[in-house]
Design a protein around this ligand. Structure first.
Ligand code: LLP
Length: 430
């Protein structure tokens, strides 16, 4: 399942807490994050990559991708577990620093970094800017010079590997906007080595998200190692190799996907093949989804039921503004009725927004649904709250954390006044 801290008995329990009780106590829609599941997910990576440190004597860094879920309680928890941070904006860098992530574990991604973000990154002495263009390199050098500092720079390579995932989340193909082809990267590295305020530290790639096959990772890793070998022939050493995002997760509960151990071993073995040829680099990965997705559940209360000629609609108070993935990518999220009744029926589950795409799933077999029941949407911990919005003037939901220590509110429900907090009425309309 991937949901280790979930139990389905007479009802659904997360970290031992009855979901119906939580929903009644904290209101709906409600995001529930399991601290114990995050720990399990994080530690799986650490365990699996220990071998890399043992066999190479180099460092392994897990830089959690903040874009998956940058709630402060979650980022704090991960920082305490020893995670680094992959940030893609000034806002995420601010949150990483607030969470006390050590600067040497922060990497900055993105293809359109702006001046203020570059200043923040340099002043925070981050481990690396993953530079996406020569234009960006030149700008970082200029700003570092103004500040009288050196900026650490890695280059994002576009390895032209097909990740075989959803086209909207593929990033490492020639046609995608990200990265530099190796020819341009060579030129960029030559330039970087001559720049006074640039410290060239490594290479980065990220081919896509929700990969459920390790072979594209292996192919990308091999291409990166071949490039490192090419640089070695030019006497250029690569300190860090960053392989981007992590493994996909089992959204479909009937499909097996590779384990983190399989993923880690195939990457490690691919790198080790080059052990006699090049100095082994430090290894960085930036998983987001596989750290938090399975830890998160979105719970919606059933307010109305409508039978039509084609389906039975179950209307819940969570909507596409809370979790955009189904509407945006036709993404599949497993669903269950929090009350287990032992009798299944086919229903379609919809949110209440005025959009036909505000549907969480069609014709799903779940336990018989009645008004007042709670629907639990699985694997909503990644790209859920972080992509949520206020469409239809709906406040974002409350988020709670369940853990061995207790249950905590980690994000308050947005109120009506939050919705208009940034709006300004010009004087003639007052
Ligand atoms: N590193 C870079 C440079 C990335 O662009 C991403 C994700 C990650 C790391 C983290 O990848 P992960 O381990 O989460 O697969 N909103 C989409 C996913 C977009 C992913 C964008 N980049 C979704 O809901 O499926």
């Amino acid at each position: 399942l991937g949901n280790d801290t979930l139990e389905i008995k007479d009802r659904i329990y997360i970290d031992g807490y009855d979901v119906i009780e939580l929903a009644e106590r904290f209101g709906t829609p409600l995001y529930i994050m399991s601290e114990e599941q995050i720990k399990i997910n994080f530690n799986r990576y650490v365990e699996a990559f220990k071998r890399y440190e043992e066999e190479t004597g180099k460092e392994f860094i897990l830089a959690y991708a903040y874009k998956a879920n940058s709630n402060l309680a979650i980022t704090k928890l991960l920082a305490k577990l020893g995670s680094g941070a992959d940030v893609v904006s000034g806002g995420e860098l601010y949150i990483a620093k607030l969470s006390q992530v050590p600067s040497e574990k922060i990497v900055f991604n993105g293809n359109c970094k702006i001046r203020e973000e570059i200043i923040m990154g340099i002043e925070s002495e981050i481990r690396a800017f993953n530079v996406d263009s020569i234009s960006e390199l030149i700008m970082i050098n200029e700003i570092a010079k103004e500040l009288g500092k050196e900026a650490n720079v890695a280059f994002r390579i576009n390895p032209d590997v097909d990740p075989k995932t959803h086209p909207k989340i593929s990033t490492g193909l020639k046609k995608n906007k990200f990265g530099l082809d190796t020819k341009t990267a060579l030129k960029a590295i030559d330039m970087a080595l001559k720049m006074e305020n640039i410290n060239f530290v490594g290479l980065h790639c990220h081919i896509g998200s929700q990969l459920t096959d390790v072979s594209p990772f292996v192919e990308a890793t091999k291409k990166m190692m071949e490039f490192i070998l090419k640089l070695k022939e030019k006497n250029i050493e690569v300190r860090d190799l960053n392989l981007g995002g992590g493994l996909g997760i089992p959204y479909h509960k009937d499909k097996e996907i590779p384990t983190v151990k399989d993923y880690a071993n195939s990457i490690i073995e691919t790198i080790l093949k080059f052990k006699d040829k090049v100095e082994m680099p430090n290894l960085i990965i930036e998983p987001g989804r596989s750290i938090v997705a399975t830890a998160g559940y979105l719970v919606g209360k059933v307010w109305h039921i409508k039978e039509t000629e084609v389906t039975k609609w179950v209307m819940i108070d969570a909507g596409m503004n809370d979790l955009m993935r189904p509407a945006m990518y036709d993404a599949y999220h497993h669903m269950e009725n929090a009350k287990v009744k032992g009798e299944k029926e086919k229903v379609s589950v919809a949110g209440g927004l005025c959009e036909s795409s505000d549907v969480f799933g069609r014709d799903r077999e779940i336990d018989k649904v009645e008004v007042g029941d709670y629907i639990v949407i699985f694997d909503a911990g990644a790209y859920g709250i972080s992509m949520s919005n206020n469409y239809n003037s709906r406040g974002r939901p409350r988020m709670i954390l369940t853990s061995k220590k207790g249950v905590y509110i980690i994000r308050e429900r947005e109120t009506f006044s939050d919705l208009i907090a940034k709006d300004i009425i010009p004087p003639h309309l007052l």
